[in-house]
Design a protein. Structure first.
Length: 425
């Protein structure tokens, strides 16, 4: 029988979370760095992980870095940035084979930590700053990634809705950076920001694998020497809905219109009602049996896709559909009717049972991978909440129709954003 034990160790400057488990033949180390979402820094933070992994003192090129990973029996390394409510999270992940399962290897964990330490604390520098050539290359790549969103109209519409709906809120900022802010970044300003992030961000370090917690903590202290800090977590407010729904239409040369209806709810991950909100969103549009999919797409054949999504840390719900422009009015009407159906408690037993089964399945699948396990745990850490997976599963099971309906009643439509083709405006 596999046992999983989670322990937390508070250190000056950072917190270590060790999940001892025999589930995997790999050890996963994840460093998460959290700071407020800010206009001035969001683009530098989006750029930074890519510059850091482009070369270190000991592996000064991308090829040398790949070779260093290969020497660790093909270890994997990823770095990225994401939004959590009004916070911007950088994640550095190292996944390497567990030496217990390799004959004659006894310091693979140390070597993995050493390489991760090089990325974070010993990047390749030139004259006391990041090399200009590297920064230029990574800026170009970042600009391409941001521009590619414009070509992916579904993503573009989602970003534009958030931008419009949260105009006076940091949440409007995209985690991947702002295009016009990329060019002004130079190696000196990026290096100065890197040093600031290292000393000010809220740091959580996760280790998942078949290892001893005390040993892992001792080694992390040696290889990842973050300095003491007193960073306060950011409070994410859900915000108020406007007096009347805002409607924004944009036209581009496209065939399929993108309809996104942005809503607010007061229920976020920290709320005891959160499992009821998950069930509510599942019934509304998160799955193929949901009301939006069944009524907008299957029954009325109005949409290429129809769904809803929930941002659990912001209280943001979006109903979305890909439609022909001529179907705009009817689709908006039917989508709003589906939300009203959930609000009035018009929910079948089948919808409840299917939704709960799929939500629990999603959660269990997340907990089946080391990275998924960390993400579930990080929900609790970043929001200051305690909701262990076993309890979360029970809470989903216990949700009644009345509770799902009550959760829906907290949802108010805020902004309708429609991206349509030019010929039919």
């Amino acid at each position: 029988m596999e046992t999983t034990r989670e322990q937390t160790f508070n250190k000056p400057g950072y917190t270590i979370h060790v999940i001892e488990t025999e589930k995997y033949k790999t050890n996963t180390i994840m460093v998460k760095m959290r700071a407020p979402l800010e206009k001035e820094t969001v683009t530098m933070r989006a750029l930074l992980p890519h510059v850091l992994q482009s070369g270190t003192e000991n592996a000064p090129s991308a090829a040398a870095f790949r070779a260093a990973l290969d020497e660790l029996y093909g270890a994997l390394f990823f770095a990225d940035s994401a939004k959590k409510g009004n916070e911007h999270v950088l994640t550095f992940t190292m996944e390497a084979a567990n030496e217990n399962y390799l004959h004659g290897e006894n310091n693979l964990f140390d070597r993995s930590l050493s390489l991760l330490s090089d990325v974070l604390f010993r990047p390749k520098l030139k004259e006391g700053s990041f090399p200009e050539k590297t920064v230029r290359q990574e800026k170009r790549s970042l600009q391409q990634r941001i521009r590619s969103i414009y070509d992916d109209k579904t993503r573009y519409a989602s970003l534009k809705l958030v931008e419009e709906m949260y105009r006076d809120d940091p949440y409007a900022l995209p985690a991947g950076g702002v295009l016009e802010k990329v060019e002004p970044i130079d190696s000196a300003s990026l290096y100065a920001y890197y040093q600031r992030a290292l000393s000010e961000d809220i740091i959580d370090i996760f280790v998942v694998g078949d290892l001893k917690a005390e040993e892992a903590v001792e080694k992390i202290g040696r290889y990842l020497p973050f300095s003491d800090r007193s960073a306060a977590a950011v409070e994410t407010k859900t915000g108020k809905s406007p007096e009347q729904v805002r409607v924004i239409q944009e036209t581009q040369d496209i065939n399929q219109g993108k309809l996104n209806i942005g809503c607010r709810t007061t229920i976020t991950y920290t709320d005891p009602q959160f499992p009821a909100m998950q069930v509510c969103n599942g019934i509304l549009g998160a799955f193929a049996h949901s009301k939006l999919f069944m009524n907008v797409r299957e029954k009325e054949s109005l949409a290429y896709y129809a769904a809803s999504r929930l941002d659990s840390h912001k209280g943001f719900v979006v109903m979305l559909a890909g439609i022909d422009q001529k179907n705009y009015d009817k689709t908006v009407q039917i989508m709003n009717e589906q939300l009203d159906e959930v609000k009035s408690g018009n929910i079948s037993d089948l919808e409840m049972n299917q939704t709960k089964a799929l939500l629990k399945n999603q959660l269990q699948e997340s907990a089946d991978t080391a990275r998924g396990m960390v993400e579930v745990l990080y929900h609790n850490i970043s929001s200051g909440t305690s909701r262990p997976i076993e309890q979360w599963l029970k809470d989903i099971d216990a949700v009644t129709k009345e509770q799902a309906s009550a959760a829906a009643q907290t949802i108010t439509v805020d902004t309708v954003y429609f991206l349509s083709g030019k010929e039919e405006k």
